[in-house]
Design a protein around this ligand. Structure first.
Ligand code: DAH
Length: 339
């Protein structure tokens, strides 16, 4: 007698076994029956497993492994088929049910504020005018009557692309584009990003947002400006906001004012938001300087106008208690999802 065991592979008729096993799997009408077939053909004591244990040569080993894989797949497919059929029986598919909820983000706080401001002005008959972020020195400074030696022209303060081109430092050049493009009357707001070389700290970011307003018509006075700002501020902040004007200076307006609003938090009584003054500084404004009209080819004797400009970032921050402007840029979901 040989000490070597005779190989049993020969004893397995692989083809017959496969046919038989596949037929049993196909026949199984319930999960239990399928499991019976699985144990019988793939279980630890199945003919196939015993044969695999005995196998000695690579070729028959590979053939038997492949057969095992095919049978396992057949069982899995049948399992899925039975499960689907069972599911369909107990829970018929209802196409009217809402789908799984996909979590939605929200618009950035600055974008929300920007859109609200646009809505308010559109409601007052204003047009929303899209300016450009890359500007010529002429549109950003010269046409706005900014003197040659003005410090904001300094490359220390302004991002220059080349001698004649820069990233706009304010939204005011939108006034120039609009007036060059059409005749009065003009009622527009222009909102968007502005750029200045400010070091980043809690109250400064080199990219920030402004809204520019411009009205050009016959007999436009500072009273119209005051009424417009009051209307806008009441719509944005709620309640009845009052406007306080202080004399100021901007090269593109004459006279120029800086304007404050009664604090939206305390209504003027004094609180931490307005640093106990009752007023919140909002921006600059004035009557359009006749030189600006001349620069765009308007007759300064025939037309008057007011213009104003203010920043969105600080309004958004103080209204919502965001303590640091840098948070608007960090994309921290914990901050953004609150709005
Ligand atoms: N452009 C000014 C700034 O960035 C804001 C401003 C002031 C705009 C007065 C105006 C204005 O239209 O009339 O500080």
């Amino acid at each position: 007698m040989s000490s070597e065991k005779p190989t049993t592979v020969a004893a397995v008729d692989a083809e017959a076994l496969e046919r038989e096993a596949l037929a049993a799997v196909a026949r199984a009408a319930t999960a239990d029956k399928l499991d019976e077939a699985r144990v019988r053909y793939l279980g630890r004591r199945s003919e196939l497993k015993l044969a695999l244990r005995e196998v000695r040569d690579r070729e028959s080993g590979a053939a038997l492994n492949a057969l095992r894989d095919r049978l396992e797949h057949a069982v899995e497919d049948k399992q899925a088929e039975l499960a689907a059929a069972a599911g369909a029986e107990t829970e018929p598919f209802d196409p009217t049910l809402p789908g799984a909820e996909i979590p939605r983000g929200a618009l950035h706080l600055i974008t929300q504020l920007r859109r609200r401001i646009e809505d308010v002005f559109v409601g007052m008959g204003y047009e929303v005018y899209d300016g450009r972020e890359v500007e010529t020195v002429w549109h950003n400074f010269d046409a706005l009557n900014q003197p040659e030696a003005h410090p904001t022209r300094d490359p220390q303060d302004t991002f220059y692309v080349d001698d004649q081109t820069l990233l706009r430092t304010h939204t005011s050049p939108s006034q120039i584009h609009a007036m060059m493009a059409k005749e009065p009357p003009i009622y527009l707001v222009s909102l968007g990003r502005c750029y200045r070389r400010d070091p980043i700290d809690p109250t400064h970011t080199p990219i920030f947002h402004q809204v520019e307003g411009l009205a050009v018509d016959r007999n436009i006075t500072l009273a119209d400006l005051r009424g417009t700002i009051e209307q806008f501020a009441s719509a944005i902040f709620g309640g009845r906001r009052q406007v306080r004007m202080r004399t100021g200076f901007f090269p593109f307006t004459e006279p120029s004012v800086e304007f404050d609003l009664t604090c939206y938090m305390c209504d003027g009584a004094g609180c931490p938001v307005c640093k106990r003054s009752g007023w919140i500084e909002m921006g600059g404004a004035g009557e359009v300087d006749p030189n600006v009209f001349v620069n765009v080819g308007y007759d300064p004797e025939a037309w008057q106008g007011f213009a104003f400009g203010l920043g969105l970032d600080r309004i958004a921050a103080s209204r919502h208690g965001v303590p640091d402007l840098r948070m608007f840029w960090e994309n921290d979901i914990r901050v953004l999802e609150q709005f």
